[in-house]
Design a binder for this molecule. Structure first.
Ligand code: GDP
Length: 364
């Protein structure tokens, strides 16, 4: 599954947000096998009303949403890349994530200490980015040294890695994150495998006071500007509101939200932003036993989409019977879609679309 690492300076509201999100997720999906894998790792159900609609039409006994993993990564402070704070474990944690949710303090509160003694989310964003850049530089230097012998031995992959690492290093030395490097099509895979911290897409999470949750404030507006300039994205959330919602049942939560001028929990917006940032889509499998959602990257071909369910589905892929979500709903389910000629038989090169209802045929 896809993983978002929650980072940020101390006292910005990371834990408040993480705990609220995982608790809300657990409460919203009654039959979702929610789990907190470790104290700082939580899997949350991706909210998607289409799944409920499909289940209703097909009379599915069980509804299984797709999931996204959030990891609360503490310990990122100024000097972290030099091994201060919690050491290097959290860098390894970030490396394993697909994207970074960077929580920024956009609320004033004299009772809550800010590590830098003032509330300035743009400067905080720079502090964290600088640490990640320093960490990348250090790991690149180490890796370059480790490649020397392999290159002498004529290892072509090592030559490619060396070239890419030097491109990243040049950017970092010019004070730019590695994500600003333009990489050729042929290098994209090897580039991703380098897992540099500053190539990960960033979602800025502006933690604002309750009264600013619906509108944002001057601080979150400044974050929105830098996010746009960097090609990253941002959401405005009040961790305090999320905390309160997580203690309410679904009906109370809805009432509370509308009182605050909000349409949906921050969890929903956060996940949607994460989906957009990572270019993710959802397809469905629907039957009498269960209706289930699966996450893929945009542009995924049918066999690889099948592989998300099981490796055997990908290896033995024959074809896929496919119904678009709108057709499935308009025609009252699989039978109706079939009769109307809206169930398509698609082969290996079919690019799965968001909302597709898929049935895979495969050899075992
Ligand atoms: P972390 O160190 O980033 O994990 O921060 P915490 O989640 O532990 O929050 C630090 C303190 O800030 C706690 O006392 C929270 O209750 C408080 N806090 C978090 N979000 C808000 C907020 O939106 N407004 C205010 N006033 N306090 C908040």
């Amino acid at each position: 599954g896809f993983k978002m690492g929650i980072v940020g300076l101390p006292n910005v509201g990371k834990s408040t947000l993480f705990n609220a999100l995982t608790r809300t997720a657990a409460a919203q999906a009654a039959n979702f096998p929610f789990c907190t894998i470790e104290p700082n790792v939580g899997e949350v159900a991706v909210p998607d009303h289409r799944l409920d609609t499909l289940a209703k039409i097909a009379g599915s006994k069980q509804i299984i949403p797709t999931r996204m993993t959030f990891v609360d990564i503490a310990g990122l402070v100024k000097g972290a890349s030099k091994g201060e704070g919690l050491g290097n474990q959290f860098l390894a944690n970030i490396r394993e994530c697909d994207a970074i949710a960077h929580v920024l303090r956009c609320f004033e509160d004299d009772d809550i200490t800010h590590v830098e003694g003032r509330v300035d989310p743009v400067s905080d964003a720079e502090t964290i980015e600088m640490e990640l850049m320093l960490a990348d530089m250090e790991s690149i230097e180490k890796r370059l040294a480790g490649l020397v012998r392999k290159i002498k031995g004529g290892d072509k992959d090592a030559v490619q890695q060396d070239r890419l690492l030097r491109m990243a290093l040049a950017a970092l030395e010019a004070d730019k994150p590695a994500r600003t490097v333009k990489v050729d099509e042929d290098d994209v895979k090897a580039w991703k495998m380098l897992q540099l911290l500053t190539t990960k897409p960033v979602l800025y999470v502006c933690n604002v006071a309750e009264e600013d949750a619906a509108t944002g404030n001057a601080l979150s507006a400044r974050v929105a500007e830098i996010a746009a300039a960097q090609g990253n994205s941002h959401v405005v959330i009040s961790a305090r509101i999320e905390e309160e919602i997580s203690q309410l049942d679904a009906e109370e939560a809805q009432m509370f939200l509308s009182e605050m001028g909000l349409e949906e929990p921050g969890l929903d917006r956060l996940i949607r932003a994460g989906y957009a940032l990572l270019h993710l889509e959802t397809y469905f499998t629907v039957g009498p036993k269960e209706a289930r959602a699966w996450t893929i990257r945009q542009g995924t071909a049918a066999p690889q989409a099948a592989g998300v369910i099981h490796g055997d589905f990908e290896r033995g892929f024959i074809r896929a019977e496919t119904i678009a979500y709108d057709d499935f709903v308009a025609l009252g389910g699989e039978q109706g879609a079939k009769e109307a000629g809206k169930m398509r038989s698609e082969g290996k090169s079919y690019i799965v679309k968001d909302g597709d209802v898929m049935h895979f045929l495969f050899n075992t």
